[in-house]
Write a protein that binds this ligand. Structure first.
Ligand SMILES: O=C[C@H](O)[C@H](O)COP(=O)(O)O
Ligand SMILES: C=C(OP(=O)(O)O)C(=O)O
Ligand SMILES: [Mn+2]
Length: 451
């Protein structure tokens, strides 16, 4: 085990300049003293990740920007304290590992495995309030902020939830590390789970692909590959750096280098609603050394991206900045090329990742916030087409998924239709791919990568 070398108590405040910038999507805490006490409590606690791990992810993201690795980032839209169970963590991890095995074969490069896990507890909302049956209450903003129950007491922002989120993130990371270091991620095991996908009606389309992977495994075995050396994998954690007080309280100095890191996760991203280059969220991430992502939607201009690079990666260090595009299937082929070209012309490297979920959210006729599997796949195809035409590198995918058999996204091999949404619609905010849909996506993307 590497020693933790963070300076936990003496946090230089330079990263705190975010307080001088406008901050969107922050909860209206009723009790400033309670907020300060919770933040002080967090500041006294150990970091959740170690700077050395964060640096190694930065290097891997740099490899992805050059096409020498492929990023798979996935997990819940909003994690919840209630679902912070061993089984839930295990199934999500398993799903990501299964997808990664298929993608590794398709891409013929290492797949960088990143969970939207262990800290994805704060949500931006399009409306500050929610109305049900004539009753209007503050919106749910993630378990780090308030409770999902629809009562006025539950919806009051409670800063003590930040401490709870920290503790839950810590136990989640602990279990992830135990699984991924202790043999649960063994490639032979992961490959055998993927055989379970043969029950899926979509499997027929991928049968020959799956057989190829099977053959490759047998070849490796026959050639004497040391499978025991493949029993451990690197797995990283990421979440949206939305709740500024929480992220600020998790900043620590790395005593080896004197650099500041946001130790709440390895990678942090800024969302489409908070990505203003001169706004507080970007200012906070400017001050830390983590690899960072910025979600960019269809209204983004080329100049917006250059401004973001100026702020977040002025020196053009590879691996520091990832643009996560979420354009919508209908717009991606039209709007992405000019953005990619502007960045290419600028010359400072970024890693391009697609989020095919957030530009494709619809409301079903029976009132569910949902997405169509086919539309999601169409945005993914558009992403690869644009990069292929421009000769640039499609660096990875970012998806909302769960390891459970929920029914939140329409379509896929199991043909989930509107009536079935009611069966297991469990998400607290956005609809997630279920286990089978996630694997189906992995096979489709692996085929795209192979071309
Ligand atoms: O996860 C993303 C956002 O929080 C979400 O899409 C916004 O959702 P809302 O429009 O339901 O507030
Ligand atoms: C809020 C999210 O996305 P975006 O910022 O792209 O809307 C999200 O990833 O859950
Ligand atoms: Mn979401």
């Amino acid at each position: 085990m590497m020693p933790l070398v963070m300076n936990e108590l003496d946090v230089p405040r330079t990263a705190a300049s975010w307080r001088e910038h406008p901050a969107a999507q922050q909860p209206p805490y009723p009790d400033a003293e309670a907020l300060a006490a919770a933040a002080a409590d967090l500041r006294s606690r150990p970091p959740l990740v170690f700077a050395g791990e964060v640096d190694s992810l930065r290097e891997k993201m740099a490899a992805a920007s050059r096409g020498h690795a492929f990023v798979l980032m996935g997990g819940d839209c909003a994690e919840s304290f209630h679902d912070n169970t061993a089984n839930n963590i295990r199934l999500k991890l398993q799903t990501i590992l299964q997808m990664a095995a298929v993608l590794t074969y398709g891409a013929s490069t290492p797949v960088i495995k990143i969970g939207r896990m262990a800290g994805q507890y704060a949500k931006p909302r399009s409306a500050d309030t929610e109305t049900r049956d004539g009753v209007t209450l503050p919106s749910y903003r993630g378990d780090c902020v308030n409770d999902h129950a629809f009562t006025s007491a539950a919806r009051v922002p409670d800063p003590q939830r930040m401490v709870e989120a920290y503790l839950r993130a810590g136990t989640t990371l602990n279990l992830i590390r135990a699984f991924t270091m202790g043999g649960y991620a063994d490639l032979r095991e992961v490959h055998s789970w993927n055989r379970g996908f043969t029950d899926n009606p979509a499997y027929k389309r991928f049968e020959s692909f799956a057989e190829e992977i099977d053959r490759a495994m047998r070849f490796m075995e026959a050639a004497g590959v040391d499978f025991d050396a493949l029993r451990q994998v690197d797995f990283y954690a990421a979440h949206e750096a939305l709740l500024l007080e929480y992220e600020d309280a998790m900043i620590r100095e790395d005593s080896r280098s004197g650099r500041l890191y946001d130790t709440s996760a390895h990678l942090l991203w800024v969302g489409e609603r908070t990505r203003g280059p001169r706004d507080a969220h970007v200012a906070l991430l400017e001050g830390v050394h983590n690899p960072v992502g910025v979600k960019v939607g269809p209204t983004t201009t080329p100049q917006d991206l250059i401004d973001l690079i100026d702020h977040l990666n002025p020196q053009g260090d590879p691996g520091r900045l990832t643009f996560i595009t979420r354009m919508g299937a209908a717009r991606i082929r039209e709007v992405l090329p000019a953005l990619v070209e502007a960045v290419r012309e600028d010359g400072r490297p970024v890693t391009w990742v697609t989020d095919p979920m957030h530009g494709n959210t619809i409301t079903s006729d029976n009132g569910y916030k949902t997405r169509r599997f086919d539309t999601i796949m169409d945005e993914l195809r558009g992403f690869f087409e644009v990069h292929r035409e421009l000769g640039t590198v499609p660096g990875g995918i970012h998806v909302e998924l769960t390891g459970d058999d929920v029914t939140e996204v329409l379509g896929g091999g199991e043909h989930i239709d509107e009536c079935r949404l009611a069966e297991r619609y469990e998400t607290l905010v956005d609809p997630r791919l279920n286990h089978q849909q996630s694997l189906e996506m992995a096979f489709e993307v692996a085929e795209m990568l192979r071309q």
